[in-house]
Structure formats: C-alpha cells, structure tokens
Design a protein around this ligand. Structure first.
Ligand code: 15L
Length: 266
C-alpha cells in the first residue's frame, strides 16, 4: 500500500529523524514539520515549520494529507506553559485541522507516562485507565481523550501509541520492559497506517521483550508483530545496574524517574 502524502510532525526529534528516512518508502510525498530545524527537503519531501499552537499553520499543514504520524510536542516532563502550548493546544489544533481537511487516520504518539503510576509488578492492558505520572503524562492523556472524541463524533480513526522507550538500546533495568527498537517502531507505525479497521485504539509501543508491564492483546486487530527484544541487552544492563533501590519511586512505578521529576514552579 502506497500513500500519496503522509505527514510526520515532530520530524526533527529522536523518533522523527528515524521515521523520516523509513516512511519515505511508503509514500510519494512525506511532509515533515517541526519547530526545530529540519534541513533541506530531499526529493519526495516537503519541509514545513509549524508551531503546533499556531492554529492557521496547523490547518495548512494538514491540507491534502492521507494520514498523520503525530510525534510533535514536548516529549519529557517540563513546565506547564510549553506543555500547554504544544501538547494541549497543539493536539486540539491538529484534530480540528484533521476534521476540516477530511483527514481520516492519525497515529498519536502517546506515552507510557499516561499510565506511569501503575507499579512495575503490574501488567496492564490497553484499557487501563490513565494514571499520569506528571503534567507531560497528563497532556498525553488529554490527547488520547481528544482522539476518542474525534472518533466518536467525526469518525477520525486514531491509534494512541503509548510509546515505551524507543532508543538504540535499553539504558537501564526498567527499559528492559519498556524498550522498543526502531525497526519495531517502523513495524508498528505501518501496522497502524494500514490495518483495515483501526477505530479508536490504544496500543503500547514496545518490542517483544521477555519482561514487560503491558499486555497488547486488546490491540491485536492492529496486527503489530514486534520482531526485536531487549533480551540481548539484558546481561549488559544488569551488570551496569546490579542493585535496585526498592524504595525509590523510580523503581516502584512504571514511569521510572518521570514520577519524581518536577514540579518546576512554586
Ligand atoms: C517518554 O515519553 C519520553 O518521550 C522518552 O524520552 C523516554 O523518556 C520515555 O518516555 C521513557 O519512559 O523511557
């Protein structure tokens, strides 16, 4: 399946840079947006600077696109104001723009921090109610609710992908459970974009790790089959971090250090 035009927001970020090269194979034109520099447009690319809180810019951004991979926004725990602008106002602008431009499918980069206050000895499903571990997680929970509303009212399909930790390698013991390889990220994005009936869905973005906090069986209709696993990094990670402080909230809760980051004001 080949798309005419896909939109990738947050294209200058860690995962955006990975998907920039990978998504080109699946579309004639890849429109890339960010507020950070994106460099020159390569053949088959369109490069746009669009702050997500700028309604007019976002409405123009979604013109003539088949589907959106929405990675844009603040991606860590930060003060309220930037999160309000990029993640709260920005996600609302994106869905309004999708409605007005007739865009019918969105991958929303949600986060494991929507459910960060579940414990690391719990395994939660795709229907687990939100337990955000900070205002970043709260903003992603809001995004999931926007997606829910725009599906129920307007039939815009979304996969809220509660991404775990997508880096070249797992960095600590927690990430043995939350890690997702870049190849699996690509598999997950393509499964979301191509599954015949997506509806409103939640799925955790993880590889086929031996230890995990998440059960994706409620999202089997998406057809995501991870092929990588954190296990080949296990002994190296355990050697680097042999002892865990079981009284540390970052060890108790799934959200890791996010549960004790901030507040930044007051
Ligand atoms: C996230 O949501 C962040 O965007 C990413 O930088 C990682 O910190 C990840 O969560 C994680 O929990 O490991």
């Amino acid at each position: 399946l080949r798309f005419n035009r896909l939109l990738l927001t947050g294209a200058a970020g860690g995962l955006g840079r990975e998907l920039r090269t990978r998504l080109k194979r699946y579309c004639d034109t890849l429109r890339l947006s960010d507020v950070a520099p994106l460099g020159e447009a390569a053949p088959g690319e369109e490069v746009v600077t669009a702050p997500l809180q700028d309604k007019a810019a976002v409405h123009a951004l979604l013109k003539d696109v088949d589907a959106v991979v929405h990675l844009g926004g603040v991606s860590t725990e930060q003060p309220w104001q930037p999160i309000l602008e990029a993640n709260i106002v920005g996600t609302y602008n994106l869905y309004e723009a999708a409605r007005l431009n007739g865009v019918k499918r969105i991958l929303f980069a949600s986060s494991n921090h929507v459910t960060g206050f579940y414990k690391q000895n719990e395994v939660i499903g795709t229907d687990a109610p939100a337990r955000p571990d900070g205002i970043y997680g709260l903003s992603k929970a809001f995004g999931e609710d926007v997606a829910r509303l725009y599906f129920d009212r307007f039939g815009i399909e979304t996969a809220c992908v509660r991404i775990g930790s997508s880096f070249p390698e797992p960095r600590d013991r927690r990430m043995l459970a939350t890690w997702m390889s870049y190849d699996d990220l690509e598999r997950l994005v393509m499964a979301v974009l191509t599954t015949p009936v997506l509806g409103y869905s939640v799925i955790y973005g993880i590889s086929d790790n031996q230890t995990r906090f998440y059960d994706n069986s409620g999202a089997a209709h998406i057809g995501y089959r991870p092929q990588d696993s954190s296990d080949r990094f296990r002994s190296a990670v355990e050697a680097r971090q042999p002892k865990l402080d079981l009284s540390d909230p970052a060890v108790i809760y799934q959200g890791g250090a996010f549960v004790r980051t901030g507040p930044f004001e007051g």
